[in-house]
Design a binder for this molecule. Structure first.
Ligand SMILES: [Zn+2]
Length: 416
């Protein structure tokens, strides 16, 4: 793992450390056995005083991180529903169907399927071999490769430039930020449009999503830092929509040529300026609040364990940071339920908690379910109550303060 010496976007050496989450294992490196040897790496954030990008201090080897990535987009209902909305929003801004739609980090093809169904030609690129095989068997043509100049050149040579390119939740995860965006430039038609989705740093800051900090998540973009990066490659941001993914994301639409900028873009810029989203002080406060949140959550968990069994739900990458940062391990949480079969019978990195099918986990008759995948809380609560008649309590760690609630209560926050 390498430590950075300059900003990942603007290359300024003036990058200030403000939040150290300690040494942590790679979030997705689930263990086949709890006694498997593990490596722990530094996890800490810096803020760039020039472009204001918040970013990880260290970069892990991408081959180690992504080649057998276990996250499958299609396992979540929220993702399926959002995929259709995403397609409609993008198609509205680019209705022509004469070219093809290219998705970078296309995973199992969940987000390309609605384009194919609407009559677009589609192509996916993803580095995880097992997941590319799933996409291809679902009828989504996909290339197994890391995105960069070489892949961009080869796709342009074989297929010509794309008329729509989209990259959802991948740009913040790549170490070669500049090569990634340059590849997009190479592969997009001059009249095409680009859509980039990122977990929005303004929401991370305001709702205290410190669990979204993990080794794969290298850059924490605001509109300001993302726009600076895109402008450097001749892309102009002309529109923004919101996305429910990750607990609050934005989709930024950009073009190579001039298009009239929607008023919403300036509204985002103004809101970031007014609320200090890009300021060092705000992020230092975020770090202090995260340490306080840890104490509150641990206290709540200690209380609950005195009254009955607690299990976790959702062994996501984010849950790994929360568990490791708070020191919640197998002695406090006997099991985590997850609906992704690729994770069954594995153990969480660093904290060694067994992951099981919900059918198995619910046999423990939990009194409390700690919803680690809290951004899917309403979907999870609904599932547990309908499928298992669960009538116990929930611990919902985010947004903001940890919250204890009973089953059967309406849940109002619908962000996923
Ligand atoms: Zn910078």
């Amino acid at each position: 793992m390498e430590q950075i010496t300059a900003c990942r976007v603007c290359r300024s050496p003036d990058i200030v450390s403000f939040f150290d989450l300690g040494r942590q294992p790679l979030a997705n490196s689930l263990l086949p056995r709890p006694d498997e040897p593990e490596v722990f790496y530094p996890l800490s954030l810096r803020w760039c005083s020039s472009c204001r990008l918040v970013q990880l201090d260290h970069t892990a080897d991408p081959k180690e991180l992504f080649s057998s990535y276990v996250w499958v987009t299609g396992t979540s209902n929220t993702a399926q529903e959002y995929a259709r909305r995403f397609q409609a929003e993008l198609a509205r801004r680019c209705p022509e169907r004469d070219g093809y739609v290219l998705e970078i980090a296309s995973n199992d093809g969940t987000f390309l399927a609605p384009f194919r169904d609407a009559g677009y030609r589609v192509l996916g690129v993803d580095p995880a071999q097992n997941i590319v095989r799933m996409a291809v068997s679902n009828g989504i043509p996909s290339v197994c490769a890391f995105w960069g100049n070489e892949t961009a050149e080869s796709i342009r040579k074989d297929h010509g430039p794309a008329h729509i390119i989209f990259a959802r939740n991948v740009l913040p995860h790549v170490a070669n930020t500049h090569e990634f965006v340059n590849g997009l430039k190479t592969c997009l038609r001059d009249d095409g449009i680009l859509a980039i989705e990122v977990h929005y740093s303004k929401i991370i800051l305001e709702e205290l999503h410190y669990d979204s900090i993990y080794h794969e998540h290298l850059c924490y973009f605001t509109l300001r830092s993302l726009e600076r990066l895109l402008n450097g490659y001749g892309f102009l941001v002309f529109d923004i929509t919101t996305s429910p993914i990750s607990g609050g994301s934005i989709v930024v639409y950009a073009s190579k040529g001039e298009r009239s900028e929607e008023p919403v873009v300036q509204e985002y810029r103004d809101r970031e300026n007014r609320s200090g989203t890009n300021e060092r002080k705000s992020w230092e406060t975020f770090a202090e609040q995260s340490f306080r949140h840890r104490e509150e959550l641990l206290e709540m968990l200690r209380d609950c364990r005195q009254h009955g069994t607690v299990i976790g739900y959702g062994a996501s990458a984010r849950s790994s940071t929360l568990l490791n940062f708070c020191g919640i391990d197998h002695t406090m949480l006997p099991m985590i339920a997850d609906r992704n079969p690729l994770k069954y019978k594995k153990y969480t990195a660093g904290t060694h908690i067994l992951i099981e099918n919900p059918d198995v986990a619910m046999k423990l008759n939990p009194h409390y379910v700690l919803i680690l995948a809290w951004n899917f809380a309403s979907e999870i609560m609904d599932f547990l109550e309908k499928q298992y008649g669960y009538n116990g309590h929930y611990i919902i760690p985010f947004p903001n303060q940890p919250l204890l609630r009973n089953s059967g209560q309406p849940f109002l926050s619908l962000r996923a």
